[in-house]
Design a protein around this ligand. Structure first.
Ligand code: DX5
Ligand code: ZN
Length: 239
């Protein structure tokens, strides 16, 4: 049984959560052998959204986990599970992730999927939908095609696949450009940034329009993860 009252509730929660600047702990950098214990202090400190990285060893070279682990996380928390699918066939799995407890699934634009079809499947499953762009992907056509159909746009600030990489500074102008195109189209998806986010890089991405700041190493590898989460959260809320 899911901790949520109903699967469609995911979209309602997103209405509120997506409008606010926040830091999202990325569990990729947590201790997988003690996942619940690693997350617990952050939840107590007010983390309402967790970032969950799913990798298939095909779309990216690394492999993480699938719906069973999402289901286990769901048993421990009612936090909103922002699920970043770095997998080649996301459409095949949206339902499994939704049933496991994902509240939103983000698919990668580079797969060339039809935005309306993915949206229809996310709606059928009752989850939010995001689209992610690799740092080298041509931004304008992707944002123009997807913005009307998604709840979230994830501008990657590292090459997807691994935590702990250096922030790519071009993400700042890519975020600003994404915000500009969305405004022109009258769309207001949550802008998310993922990769190399820490107290040094966070202020500039927030100024460029990022609302959800994903952070793995900067939180879980910090001496005091709660303090790191709180300080990134306050930067995220600054705009
Ligand atoms: C990378 C993942 C990120 C990762 C970020 O492919 O999508 O979510 O956890 O890690 P840091 O914050 O360490 O760059
Ligand atoms: Zn991610």
């Amino acid at each position: 049984m899911s901790a949520r009252s109903s699967i469609g509730a995911a979209r309602e929660r997103l209405e509120r959560l997506g409008r606010e600047g926040r830091a999202l702990p990325s569990i990729l950098s947590a201790d997988f052998g003690a996942l619940a214990a690693s997350i617990e202090p952050l939840l107590e400190a007010g983390a309402e959204v967790l970032h969950v990285d799913v990798m298939d060893g095909h779309f990216v070279p690394n492999i993480t986990f699938g719906p069973p682990v999402v289901k286990s996380i769901r048993r421990h928390t009612d936090a909103f599970l922002d699920t970043h699918l770095m997998i080649t066939e996301p459409l095949r799995y949206l339902e499994s992730f939704g049933n496991a407890g994902s509240d939103l699934c983000t698919v990668h634009a580079e797969l060339g999927l039809d935005p309306a079809s993915v949206r229809a499947e996310a709606d059928r499953v009752g989850i939010g939908l995001g689209v992610a762009l690799r740092p080298s992907s041509e931004l304008d056509p992707i944002v123009e095609a997807w913005a009307p159909h998604v709840d979230l746009i994830l501008v990657m600030s590292v090459e997807p696949g691994f935590g702990g990489q250096a922030f790519r500074p071009e993400a700042v102008s890519r975020l600003a450009r994404t915000r500009e195109i969305c405004r022109r189209l009258g769309a207001d998806p949550t802008l998310e940034v993922d990769g190399g986010i820490d107290p040094q890089t966070a202020p500039e991405v927030v100024a460029a329009g990022a609302r959800w700041l994903v952070a793995g190493s900067a939180i879980f590898r910090a001496e005091d993860p709660v303090e790191a989460f709180l300080s990134l959260s306050s930067i995220a809320r600054a705009e």
